[in-house]
Design a protein around this ligand. Structure first.
Ligand code: TTP
Ligand code: MN
Ligand code: MN
Ligand code: MN
Length: 366
Protein backbone atom coordinates (compact mmCIF):
# COMPACT_ATOMS: atom_id res chain seq x y z
CA UNK A 1 0.00 0.00 0.00
CA UNK A 2 0.99 3.58 -0.64
CA UNK A 3 2.14 5.81 2.19
CA UNK A 4 -0.94 7.21 4.01
CA UNK A 5 -0.09 10.81 3.12
CA UNK A 6 0.14 10.02 -0.58
CA UNK A 7 -3.53 9.53 -1.46
CA UNK A 8 -3.74 8.16 -4.97
CA UNK A 9 -6.81 9.17 -7.00
CA UNK A 10 -7.95 5.55 -7.03
CA UNK A 11 -7.91 5.07 -3.24
CA UNK A 12 -11.20 3.84 -1.81
CA UNK A 13 -12.71 6.39 0.60
CA UNK A 14 -13.74 5.35 4.12
CA UNK A 15 -16.91 7.44 3.56
CA UNK A 16 -19.73 5.73 1.65
CA UNK A 17 -20.73 9.13 0.21
CA UNK A 18 -17.40 9.24 -1.63
CA UNK A 19 -17.91 5.82 -3.22
CA UNK A 20 -20.13 4.77 -6.12
CA UNK A 21 -22.02 1.66 -5.13
CA UNK A 22 -24.41 0.17 -7.69
CA UNK A 23 -26.70 -2.80 -7.10
CA UNK A 24 -24.28 -5.11 -8.83
CA UNK A 25 -22.20 -6.42 -5.99
CA UNK A 26 -19.17 -8.42 -7.12
CA UNK A 27 -18.34 -9.55 -3.59
CA UNK A 28 -21.67 -10.98 -2.45
CA UNK A 29 -20.10 -14.11 -0.94
CA UNK A 30 -18.07 -11.90 1.42
CA UNK A 31 -20.63 -9.16 2.06
CA UNK A 32 -23.42 -11.65 2.89
CA UNK A 33 -21.13 -13.18 5.52
CA UNK A 34 -20.11 -9.80 7.00
CA UNK A 35 -23.74 -8.64 7.04
CA UNK A 36 -24.75 -11.74 9.04
CA UNK A 37 -22.06 -10.99 11.63
CA UNK A 38 -23.21 -7.34 11.74
CA UNK A 39 -26.84 -8.36 12.19
CA UNK A 40 -25.97 -10.79 14.97
CA UNK A 41 -24.02 -8.08 16.82
CA UNK A 42 -26.98 -5.73 16.40
CA UNK A 43 -29.29 -8.37 17.90
CA UNK A 44 -27.03 -8.57 20.96
CA UNK A 45 -26.91 -4.79 21.41
CA UNK A 46 -23.37 -4.21 20.13
CA UNK A 47 -24.25 -1.33 17.79
CA UNK A 48 -20.64 -0.13 17.51
CA UNK A 49 -19.10 -3.42 16.37
CA UNK A 50 -22.13 -4.10 14.20
CA UNK A 51 -21.52 -0.83 12.35
CA UNK A 52 -17.85 -1.74 11.86
CA UNK A 53 -18.84 -4.96 10.03
CA UNK A 54 -21.50 -3.08 8.01
CA UNK A 55 -18.84 -0.60 6.93
CA UNK A 56 -16.48 -3.40 5.93
CA UNK A 57 -19.24 -5.02 3.83
CA UNK A 58 -20.12 -1.66 2.28
CA UNK A 59 -16.53 -1.03 1.13
CA UNK A 60 -16.53 -4.42 -0.64
CA UNK A 61 -19.92 -3.63 -2.28
CA UNK A 62 -18.35 -0.57 -3.95
CA UNK A 63 -15.48 -2.47 -5.61
CA UNK A 64 -15.55 -2.75 -9.43
CA UNK A 65 -14.63 -6.45 -9.27
CA UNK A 66 -14.55 -9.41 -6.90
CA UNK A 67 -11.61 -9.85 -4.57
CA UNK A 68 -9.22 -12.50 -5.85
CA UNK A 69 -6.73 -12.60 -2.97
CA UNK A 70 -6.84 -11.67 0.72
CA UNK A 71 -3.89 -9.29 0.20
CA UNK A 72 -6.16 -6.97 -1.81
CA UNK A 73 -7.94 -6.04 1.43
CA UNK A 74 -4.72 -4.49 2.79
CA UNK A 75 -5.31 -1.26 0.86
CA UNK A 76 -9.01 -1.00 1.72
CA UNK A 77 -10.42 1.20 4.50
CA UNK A 78 -12.83 -0.07 7.19
CA UNK A 79 -11.60 -3.67 6.99
CA UNK A 80 -10.30 -4.65 10.41
CA UNK A 81 -8.66 -7.89 11.48
CA UNK A 82 -12.02 -9.48 12.32
CA UNK A 83 -13.45 -8.78 8.86
CA UNK A 84 -10.22 -9.97 7.23
CA UNK A 85 -10.30 -13.21 9.22
CA UNK A 86 -13.78 -13.96 7.86
CA UNK A 87 -12.73 -13.13 4.30
CA UNK A 88 -9.61 -15.28 4.69
CA UNK A 89 -11.63 -18.28 5.82
CA UNK A 90 -14.04 -17.89 2.90
CA UNK A 91 -11.05 -17.82 0.53
CA UNK A 92 -9.65 -20.97 2.12
CA UNK A 93 -12.77 -23.03 2.87
CA UNK A 94 -15.55 -21.44 0.83
CA UNK A 95 -17.41 -20.40 3.99
CA UNK A 96 -16.80 -18.90 7.41
CA UNK A 97 -17.17 -21.09 10.50
CA UNK A 98 -18.16 -18.05 12.58
CA UNK A 99 -20.96 -17.23 10.14
CA UNK A 100 -22.12 -20.88 10.00
CA UNK A 101 -22.21 -20.88 13.79
CA UNK A 102 -24.36 -17.72 13.84
CA UNK A 103 -26.74 -19.08 11.19
CA UNK A 104 -27.29 -22.16 13.37
CA UNK A 105 -27.56 -20.21 16.59
CA UNK A 106 -30.97 -20.46 18.23
CA UNK A 107 -30.90 -16.91 19.52
CA UNK A 108 -29.93 -15.45 16.12
CA UNK A 109 -32.53 -17.52 14.26
CA UNK A 110 -35.30 -16.57 16.68
CA UNK A 111 -34.38 -12.87 16.72
CA UNK A 112 -34.28 -12.90 12.92
CA UNK A 113 -37.70 -14.59 12.75
CA UNK A 114 -39.39 -12.32 15.29
CA UNK A 115 -37.93 -9.07 13.96
CA UNK A 116 -39.14 -9.99 10.47
CA UNK A 117 -42.65 -9.13 11.69
CA UNK A 118 -43.80 -5.57 10.86
CA UNK A 119 -43.87 -3.66 14.17
CA UNK A 120 -41.49 -5.99 16.01
CA UNK A 121 -38.13 -4.38 16.76
CA UNK A 122 -35.03 -5.92 18.36
CA UNK A 123 -36.28 -5.03 21.89
CA UNK A 124 -39.56 -6.91 21.50
CA UNK A 125 -37.88 -9.80 19.69
CA UNK A 126 -35.37 -10.15 22.51
CA UNK A 127 -38.12 -9.96 25.14
CA UNK A 128 -40.01 -12.80 23.46
CA UNK A 129 -36.83 -14.85 23.07
CA UNK A 130 -35.93 -14.40 26.75
CA UNK A 131 -39.37 -15.68 27.76
CA UNK A 132 -38.49 -18.90 25.98
CA UNK A 133 -40.67 -18.29 22.93
CA UNK A 134 -39.30 -19.64 19.64
CA UNK A 135 -42.13 -19.72 17.10
CA UNK A 136 -44.99 -17.49 15.95
CA UNK A 137 -47.50 -20.04 17.29
CA UNK A 138 -45.93 -19.79 20.74
CA UNK A 139 -46.02 -15.97 20.64
CA UNK A 140 -49.63 -15.88 19.43
CA UNK A 141 -50.83 -18.37 22.06
CA UNK A 142 -48.99 -16.75 24.97
CA UNK A 143 -51.75 -15.08 27.04
CA UNK A 144 -49.46 -12.51 28.69
CA UNK A 145 -48.43 -11.01 25.33
CA UNK A 146 -50.56 -8.13 24.10
CA UNK A 147 -49.70 -7.23 20.52
CA UNK A 148 -50.04 -3.58 19.52
CA UNK A 149 -51.99 -2.53 16.42
CA UNK A 150 -48.90 -2.56 14.18
CA UNK A 151 -47.79 -6.04 15.31
CA UNK A 152 -51.32 -7.37 14.91
CA UNK A 153 -51.28 -6.19 11.29
CA UNK A 154 -47.74 -7.57 10.96
CA UNK A 155 -48.92 -11.08 11.87
CA UNK A 156 -52.19 -10.81 9.97
CA UNK A 157 -50.46 -9.98 6.67
CA UNK A 158 -47.15 -11.73 7.42
CA UNK A 159 -47.09 -14.02 4.41
CA UNK A 160 -47.79 -11.24 1.92
CA UNK A 161 -45.58 -8.50 3.33
CA UNK A 162 -42.59 -10.74 3.98
CA UNK A 163 -42.57 -11.48 0.24
CA UNK A 164 -40.37 -9.00 -1.68
CA UNK A 165 -42.15 -6.32 -3.73
CA UNK A 166 -41.08 -6.26 -7.37
CA UNK A 167 -40.32 -3.21 -9.48
CA UNK A 168 -43.44 -3.97 -11.56
CA UNK A 169 -45.57 -3.97 -8.40
CA UNK A 170 -43.88 -0.71 -7.30
CA UNK A 171 -44.83 0.92 -10.63
CA UNK A 172 -48.43 -0.27 -10.28
CA UNK A 173 -48.53 1.24 -6.78
CA UNK A 174 -47.13 4.52 -8.05
CA UNK A 175 -50.14 4.87 -10.36
CA UNK A 176 -52.52 4.22 -7.45
CA UNK A 177 -50.74 6.71 -5.15
CA UNK A 178 -50.49 9.31 -7.92
CA UNK A 179 -54.18 9.00 -8.72
CA UNK A 180 -55.13 9.54 -5.06
CA UNK A 181 -52.69 12.44 -4.58
CA UNK A 182 -53.80 14.27 -7.74
CA UNK A 183 -57.43 13.77 -6.79
CA UNK A 184 -56.74 15.59 -3.52
CA UNK A 185 -54.44 18.23 -5.02
CA UNK A 186 -53.95 18.41 -8.81
CA UNK A 187 -50.72 20.40 -8.47
CA UNK A 188 -49.02 17.83 -6.20
CA UNK A 189 -46.51 15.34 -7.63
CA UNK A 190 -45.33 11.89 -6.54
CA UNK A 191 -41.80 10.48 -6.73
CA UNK A 192 -40.67 6.99 -5.91
CA UNK A 193 -37.83 7.04 -3.38
CA UNK A 194 -36.03 4.48 -1.13
CA UNK A 195 -34.54 1.35 -2.64
CA UNK A 196 -36.47 1.51 -5.93
CA UNK A 197 -35.05 4.99 -6.62
CA UNK A 198 -31.62 3.39 -6.16
CA UNK A 199 -32.44 0.91 -8.92
CA UNK A 200 -33.18 -2.12 -6.74
CA UNK A 201 -35.31 -4.81 -8.39
CA UNK A 202 -37.02 -5.81 -5.13
CA UNK A 203 -37.88 -4.08 -1.87
CA UNK A 204 -39.49 -4.79 1.49
CA UNK A 205 -41.81 -1.83 0.87
CA UNK A 206 -42.37 1.00 -1.62
CA UNK A 207 -41.43 4.52 -0.56
CA UNK A 208 -43.02 7.65 -2.06
CA UNK A 209 -42.29 11.33 -1.49
CA UNK A 210 -45.01 13.86 -2.26
CA UNK A 211 -44.28 17.40 -3.42
CA UNK A 212 -46.94 20.03 -2.74
CA UNK A 213 -46.35 23.51 -4.20
CA UNK A 214 -48.65 25.38 -1.76
CA UNK A 215 -47.51 25.99 1.82
CA UNK A 216 -49.48 24.02 4.41
CA UNK A 217 -50.76 21.43 1.91
CA UNK A 218 -48.23 18.90 3.19
CA UNK A 219 -50.25 18.62 6.40
CA UNK A 220 -53.59 17.81 4.77
CA UNK A 221 -52.57 15.63 1.83
CA UNK A 222 -51.74 12.39 3.66
CA UNK A 223 -54.97 12.22 5.72
CA UNK A 224 -56.89 12.85 2.47
CA UNK A 225 -54.97 10.12 0.60
CA UNK A 226 -55.67 7.70 3.47
CA UNK A 227 -59.39 8.56 3.35
CA UNK A 228 -59.42 7.93 -0.38
CA UNK A 229 -57.71 4.52 0.00
CA UNK A 230 -60.32 3.67 2.66
CA UNK A 231 -63.19 4.59 0.36
CA UNK A 232 -61.60 2.47 -2.40
CA UNK A 233 -61.46 -0.43 0.08
CA UNK A 234 -57.71 -0.94 -0.45
CA UNK A 235 -56.46 0.21 2.98
CA UNK A 236 -55.47 -2.64 5.33
CA UNK A 237 -53.45 -0.68 7.89
CA UNK A 238 -52.39 2.92 8.38
CA UNK A 239 -50.22 4.74 10.87
CA UNK A 240 -50.30 8.48 10.20
CA UNK A 241 -47.55 10.54 11.84
CA UNK A 242 -48.48 14.20 11.91
CA UNK A 243 -45.76 16.73 11.22
CA UNK A 244 -43.73 17.77 14.26
CA UNK A 245 -41.59 19.98 12.10
CA UNK A 246 -40.06 23.10 13.63
CA UNK A 247 -38.45 25.46 11.11
CA UNK A 248 -36.15 26.97 13.75
CA UNK A 249 -34.70 23.66 14.83
CA UNK A 250 -31.03 22.88 14.21
CA UNK A 251 -30.10 19.54 12.66
CA UNK A 252 -29.45 16.86 15.22
CA UNK A 253 -25.92 15.81 16.07
CA UNK A 254 -26.27 12.18 15.11
CA UNK A 255 -28.18 10.04 12.68
CA UNK A 256 -31.88 9.82 13.49
CA UNK A 257 -34.02 7.17 11.85
CA UNK A 258 -37.07 9.39 12.17
CA UNK A 259 -37.61 12.89 10.84
CA UNK A 260 -40.31 15.43 11.70
CA UNK A 261 -42.25 15.42 8.43
CA UNK A 262 -45.84 14.40 7.94
CA UNK A 263 -45.66 10.72 6.92
CA UNK A 264 -47.57 7.48 7.00
CA UNK A 265 -46.77 3.79 7.13
CA UNK A 266 -49.42 1.79 5.29
CA UNK A 267 -50.40 -1.68 4.25
CA UNK A 268 -52.50 -1.61 1.08
CA UNK A 269 -54.14 -4.10 -1.24
CA UNK A 270 -52.52 -4.44 -4.66
CA UNK A 271 -54.53 -6.18 -7.38
CA UNK A 272 -52.82 -9.25 -8.79
CA UNK A 273 -52.93 -10.77 -12.24
CA UNK A 274 -52.32 -14.31 -11.05
CA UNK A 275 -53.31 -16.08 -7.91
CA UNK A 276 -50.54 -17.74 -5.93
CA UNK A 277 -50.74 -20.18 -3.02
CA UNK A 278 -50.36 -17.31 -0.57
CA UNK A 279 -53.18 -15.30 -2.10
CA UNK A 280 -55.56 -18.16 -2.92
CA UNK A 281 -59.15 -17.02 -3.01
CA UNK A 282 -58.42 -13.33 -3.37
CA UNK A 283 -57.33 -11.12 -6.26
CA UNK A 284 -54.93 -8.94 -4.25
CA UNK A 285 -51.78 -9.10 -2.16
CA UNK A 286 -50.87 -6.89 0.82
CA UNK A 287 -47.95 -4.48 0.32
CA UNK A 288 -46.13 -2.12 2.70
CA UNK A 289 -46.10 1.49 1.51
CA UNK A 290 -44.43 4.55 3.09
CA UNK A 291 -45.52 8.09 2.16
CA UNK A 292 -43.76 11.29 3.22
CA UNK A 293 -44.93 14.86 2.52
CA UNK A 294 -42.32 17.49 3.44
CA UNK A 295 -42.91 21.25 3.13
CA UNK A 296 -41.83 22.46 -0.34
CA UNK A 297 -38.74 24.32 0.93
CA UNK A 298 -37.49 21.09 2.58
CA UNK A 299 -38.22 18.79 -0.34
CA UNK A 300 -34.64 18.36 -1.59
CA UNK A 301 -33.23 17.46 1.84
CA UNK A 302 -36.12 15.06 2.43
CA UNK A 303 -35.65 13.44 -1.00
CA UNK A 304 -31.95 12.92 -0.33
CA UNK A 305 -32.69 11.55 3.16
CA UNK A 306 -35.38 9.13 2.01
CA UNK A 307 -33.38 7.79 -0.94
CA UNK A 308 -30.94 5.89 1.30
CA UNK A 309 -29.19 3.60 1.63
CA UNK A 310 -29.10 3.91 5.40
CA UNK A 311 -25.31 3.62 5.46
CA UNK A 312 -24.96 6.16 2.64
CA UNK A 313 -27.12 8.63 4.62
CA UNK A 314 -25.18 7.98 7.79
CA UNK A 315 -21.87 8.66 6.07
CA UNK A 316 -23.17 11.80 4.31
CA UNK A 317 -24.01 13.25 7.74
CA UNK A 318 -20.77 12.07 9.29
CA UNK A 319 -18.74 13.47 6.39
CA UNK A 320 -20.56 16.82 6.59
CA UNK A 321 -19.93 17.10 10.33
CA UNK A 322 -16.37 15.78 10.60
CA UNK A 323 -14.85 16.92 7.31
CA UNK A 324 -16.81 20.10 6.56
CA UNK A 325 -18.12 21.45 9.88
CA UNK A 326 -21.67 21.27 8.54
CA UNK A 327 -24.77 19.61 9.94
CA UNK A 328 -27.02 17.68 7.57
CA UNK A 329 -30.29 15.89 8.23
CA UNK A 330 -33.57 15.25 6.38
CA UNK A 331 -34.63 18.89 6.92
CA UNK A 332 -31.63 21.19 6.39
CA UNK A 333 -27.93 21.71 5.77
CA UNK A 334 -26.37 24.05 8.33
CA UNK A 335 -22.92 25.63 8.25
CA UNK A 336 -21.48 25.91 11.75
CA UNK A 337 -18.70 28.32 10.69
CA UNK A 338 -21.06 30.98 9.32
CA UNK A 339 -24.17 30.00 11.32
CA UNK A 340 -26.22 29.87 8.15
CA UNK A 341 -28.59 27.43 6.49
CA UNK A 342 -27.41 26.48 3.02
CA UNK A 343 -30.10 26.57 0.33
CA UNK A 344 -30.61 23.71 -2.15
CA UNK A 345 -32.98 23.29 -5.07
CA UNK A 346 -31.51 19.98 -6.18
CA UNK A 347 -29.56 17.13 -4.63
CA UNK A 348 -26.59 18.29 -6.71
CA UNK A 349 -26.64 21.56 -4.71
CA UNK A 350 -26.29 19.65 -1.44
CA UNK A 351 -23.34 17.58 -2.69
CA UNK A 352 -21.75 20.81 -4.03
CA UNK A 353 -22.14 22.57 -0.66
CA UNK A 354 -20.32 19.60 0.90
CA UNK A 355 -17.54 19.67 -1.70
CA UNK A 356 -18.51 16.17 -2.81
CA UNK A 357 -18.69 14.78 -6.33
CA UNK A 358 -22.32 14.11 -7.18
CA UNK A 359 -23.36 10.52 -6.56
CA UNK A 360 -26.43 9.41 -8.56
CA UNK A 361 -29.22 7.64 -6.64
CA UNK A 362 -28.35 4.29 -8.26
CA UNK A 363 -24.77 4.71 -6.99
CA UNK A 364 -25.91 5.05 -3.36
CA UNK A 365 -26.40 1.34 -2.60
CA UNK A 366 -23.68 1.46 0.08
P1 TTP B 1 -36.45 1.80 3.86
O1 TTP B 1 -37.71 1.74 3.11
O2 TTP B 1 -36.47 1.20 5.23
O3 TTP B 1 -35.24 1.10 3.10
P2 TTP B 1 -34.92 0.93 1.55
O4 TTP B 1 -36.03 1.48 0.71
O5 TTP B 1 -33.57 1.49 1.35
O6 TTP B 1 -34.82 -0.65 1.39
P3 TTP B 1 -36.01 -1.71 1.17
O7 TTP B 1 -35.92 -2.12 -0.24
O8 TTP B 1 -35.73 -2.81 2.12
O9 TTP B 1 -37.31 -1.01 1.49
O10 TTP B 1 -35.98 3.30 4.05
C1 TTP B 1 -35.70 4.17 2.97
C2 TTP B 1 -35.01 5.40 3.47
O11 TTP B 1 -35.90 6.22 4.18
C3 TTP B 1 -33.85 5.10 4.41
O12 TTP B 1 -32.67 5.70 3.90
C4 TTP B 1 -34.21 5.75 5.70
C5 TTP B 1 -35.23 6.80 5.29
N1 TTP B 1 -36.21 7.15 6.31
C6 TTP B 1 -36.13 8.41 6.87
O13 TTP B 1 -35.25 9.19 6.51
N2 TTP B 1 -37.04 8.77 7.82
C7 TTP B 1 -38.02 7.92 8.26
O14 TTP B 1 -38.82 8.30 9.11
C8 TTP B 1 -38.09 6.59 7.66
C9 TTP B 1 -39.12 5.61 8.10
C10 TTP B 1 -37.17 6.27 6.69
MN1 MN C 1 -19.75 -3.67 -12.03
MN1 MN D 1 -38.02 0.96 1.10
MN1 MN E 1 -39.69 2.48 3.85
Amino acid sequence: CAHPSAKPESAVSPYACQRRTTIDNHNKIFTDALDVVAENLEFSGNQGSSLAFKRAASVLKSLPAGLTRLEETQCLPCLGEHSRAIIEEIFECGSSSRVEEILNDERYRTMKLFSSVFGVGPKTAENWFCRGLRTFEQVLSEPSIRLNRMQTAGFLFYEDISKPVSRTEASALKIIVEEAVICVNPSATVNITGGFRRGKEFGHDVDFIIKTPEAGQEDVILPAVIERFKSQNILLYSDLQESTFDLRQLPTRCFEAMDHFSKCFLIVKLKREQETDATAGRDWRAVRVDLVAPPLERFTYALLGWSGSTLFERDLRRFARLERGKLLDNHVLYDKATNTFLPANTEEDIFAHLGLEYIEPWQRNA
